[in-house]
Structures are given as C-alpha cells and as structure tokens.
Design a protein around this ligand. Structure first.
Ligand code: AP5
Length: 216
C-alpha cells in the first residue's frame, strides 16, 4: 500500500491531534503538526521576517495566527522529508491553502465537525504531558493520578493558550480564516466530513473507514 497523504481540518479542540496520532500509527505515516513545531520553537527570532512580533510566542499565547512565511517554511521542509503524512494545523487560511497546493497532492481531506460550546469545554479542560505530549482531559479522559502522565510519569500542564480568553479568540480566528479553507475543499471528491462530537473511539472508527474507502 502506498503511504497516504492525509489532511485533517477542524476547529481548535475538534480532536485533530488525538486522531492524527491514531492515523500516524495505523497507516505508518508522519504526523506533521504546525502547532507542535511552533511550540517547540516559540522563542525563535523571527524579527527579520517583517513580522509584528519578534517571536511566535506572542501570536500563539493570544490565539492569533503566526505569520504565513514562518509556517509555510516549516510545512514545506516537513513534507519534503515525509513518506506519507497526516497534516494537522495547516492550512489555516486561503493563502496557506494555495501554498500547500504547490507543495503536494492529497489523498484524503477530513473535516472534524464539533459545536462551539463543546470545543470550549474540551480546550479549557485539556492537560498535556510536559515530557511526552500525551493528551488528557480533566473530565473526559483523566489520568489515573491527577497531574501525572499515565504514559511516562511526567507532569501534566495546561497550554498557555488554553485559558478561556485565548480559546474564544482562537475560535473567532478559525471562523474568519480557516472556515473558508474548509469551504474551499468541500466539493472535492476526497473531502469527508466526520462527526467529531462522538466519543474518541467512534470518531476514530469513522475516520478509519473514510480513509480506507478513499485509498483502496
Ligand atoms: P494548534 O496546536 O494547531 O492548536 P489548535 O488548532 O488550536 O488545535 P488544538 O491542538 O488545540 O486542538 P485539536 O483539534 O488538536 O484537539 P485535541 O486532539 O488536542 O495551534 C496552536 C497555535 O499555533 C495557533 O493558535 C497559532 O497561533 C499557531 N499555529 C499553528 N498552526 C498555524 C498555521 N498553520 N498558521 C499560523 N499559525 C499557526 O483535543 C482537545 C481536547 O479534547 C483534549 O483534551 C482531548 O483529550 C479532548 N478530546 C478529543 N477528542 C474528543 C472527543 N471525541 N470527545 C471528548 N473529548 C475529546
């Protein structure tokens, strides 16, 4: 089987990270995520890129988009090194979508659909492991011991942008910038909408069936 090229779209908190891990494992492809790449380089000096702020951190903590130039370069490098991928967090506006079209073809475009109130609950309750990045939720998927990662024993922390003010801004930024990207792909043959408001297991079953149907 040729390694599939999968794009996963959806608002903040829709479960893109959770389901991308499943996809990467199931299909043996690279998880290319701009959010994780930027978090690992939050203090990078971008002052020579004609940007409003000198580092990605200032944009990210407020829930605003990091400049396209920074993100396009990260994605182009990662995709050129990947044999099959699940791309998560990009494109987030129509300019990035046009860049992506010049970089690669796609086999499947998944769009996770979740209501705004559910997204706010999920993001404000999310905790992530400071060491291995495993994902938890204080109510929906708590660790066995509060504050401690089940996988590696690391500390569970709240992301700087998971406070309610930043979350609401991220959702507004999504409506304005990223919803048009979803509409751009909507009529393509490889576009599939997934009900992301089901349990994680049910969402995964729908995603796997959709990907298998597209690549067989
Ligand atoms: P990024 O890291 O991409 O954040 P995001 O899009 O806001 O997405 P999240 O990671 O918050 O949510 P998710 O959909 O992955 O959900 P998850 O699986 O964790 O980007 C962060 C920032 O980086 C941006 O704001 C921006 O500043 C910058 N950036 C990134 N890409 C950029 C780009 N292309 N251009 C410019 N700037 C960019 O799940 C969320 C929670 O819900 C978890 O607690 C999980 O356990 C729980 N959960 C998951 N599924 C379910 C379910 N089915 N039922 C119940 N709970 C569930």
């Amino acid at each position: 089987m040729v390694a599939p090229r999968i794009l996963i779209l959806g608002p903040p908190g829709a479960g893109k990270g959770t389901q991308s891990s499943n996809l990467a494992q199931e299909y043996g492809v690279e998880h290319v995520t701009t959010g994780d790449a930027l978090r690992a380089n939050k203090q990078m000096d971008i002052s020579d890129m004609d940007a409003e702020y000198d580092t990605p951190a200032a944009y990210m903590d407020a829930g605003d988009l990091v400049p396209d130039k920074v993100v396009n370069a990260i994605v182009e490098k990662a995709l050129s090194q990947a044999n099959g991928f699940v791309l998560d967090g990009y494109p987030r506006n129509l300019e990035q979508a046009a860049e992506l079209e010049g970089m690669t073809d796609l086999d499947v475009v998944l769009s996770l659909d979740v209501s705004r109130e559910e997204l706010i609950d999920r993001l404000t309750g999310r905790r992530v492991c400071d060491d291995c990045s495993a994902n938890y939720h204080v109510e929906f998927s708590p660790p066995e011991e509060a504050g401690v990662c089940d996988e590696c024993g690391g500390d569970l922390i709240q992301r700087d942008d998971d406070n309610e003010g930043s979350v609401r801004n991220r959702l507004d930024v999504f409506d304005e910038n990223t919803q048009p990207v979803i509409d751009h792909y909507r009529n393509d043959d490889d576009f599939v909408v997934i009900d992301g408001e089901q349990t994680p297991g049910e969402v995964w079953a729908d995603i796997r069936a959709a990907v298998d149907a597209q690549i067989e």
